[in-house]
Write a protein of this length. Structure first.
Length: 241
């Protein structure tokens, strides 16, 4: 089994090495015959040292000139040689326990893919409330968060990958497509819960409560128009780091 780990990255020089180190440590903890992997960092038109740092860390770096999360993930998948794909955000950290669960899922031959619950350290009370609510939705409806999506490469390509008409929530769209693909083949899509993905709480720290509330209301009352317009998704695309 060959696992391709794809990291979309736009101006992530502060966090990319920590992410790559977590991948190295987690994968090295589970080396065994028949298991190989590759790491692909997608430089999504960065203006900082993201690509340079990734290359120094021996990652395969590909370039995607259009700033869009789904497009960057698709560019990484296009360069991937693995029969399984693992997409993880550059501000997130894998852990050995999660990799163990992912490998167990793959080796069971019962799944088309998975997501994971998340842990964001140092959140204010309302941030923790939002995360708990998202966890309930994620586990109940089996929606992967964008921070981590794992799937069979053949399924990913057959369903068309991440929807490039969407500038956010494309991971939920992909989750639905993978579940449908899997049902026809008696394969499941699940959300891992034993070893949460640690991901950065920076959006909570970089944006005011008013900005975040405004983004939430925009998504609630005009989801289609908002998700298809990058200008209406500043928390994802204004470049604040």
């Amino acid at each position: 089994m060959h696992l391709s780990i794809v990291i979309p990255a736009f101006n992530e020089e502060r966090l990319i090495l920590e992410c790559l180190n977590s991948i190295r440590e987690s994968v090295n903890a589970h080396r065994k015959p028949g298991f190989t992997h590759e790491v692909i960092v997608v430089d999504n038109n960065s203006t900082d040292k993201t690509a340079e740092l990734a290359m120094q860390a021996d990652a395969n770096v590909v370039f995607e000139p259009i700033n869009q999360i789904g497009r960057a993930r698709n560019a990484g998948a296009a360069a991937a040689a693995g029969d399984w794909l693992l997409f993880v955000d550059a501000d997130s950290l894998l852990n050995p326990g999660m990799i163990a669960d992912i490998l167990q899922m793959i080796e069971s031959n019962k799944y088309v893919g998975c997501g994971s619950i998340m842990h964001m350290p140092d959140l204010p009370w309302w941030g923790n409330a939002v995360m708990r609510l998202w966890t309930v939705f994620s586990v109940t409806f089996r929606w992967a968060s964008g921070a981590l999506v794992v799937c069979r490469a053949d399924a990913f390509r057959e369903v068309g990958g991440f929807n490039q008409e969407l500038f956010a929530a494309d991971e939920i769209d992909l989750s639905q497509l993978l579940k449908k693909w899997g049902r026809k083949r008696r394969l499941k899509f699940t959300i891992l819960t034993r070893h949460p993905l640690v991901t950065s709480p920076r959006k909570i720290k970089l944006y005011t409560g008013r900005e975040i509330t405004g983004q939430i209301f925009s998504l609630m009352f005009s989801p289609h128009k908002t998700l298809q317009d990058k200008k209406k998704l500043p928390i994802w695309y204004d470049g604040r780091r």
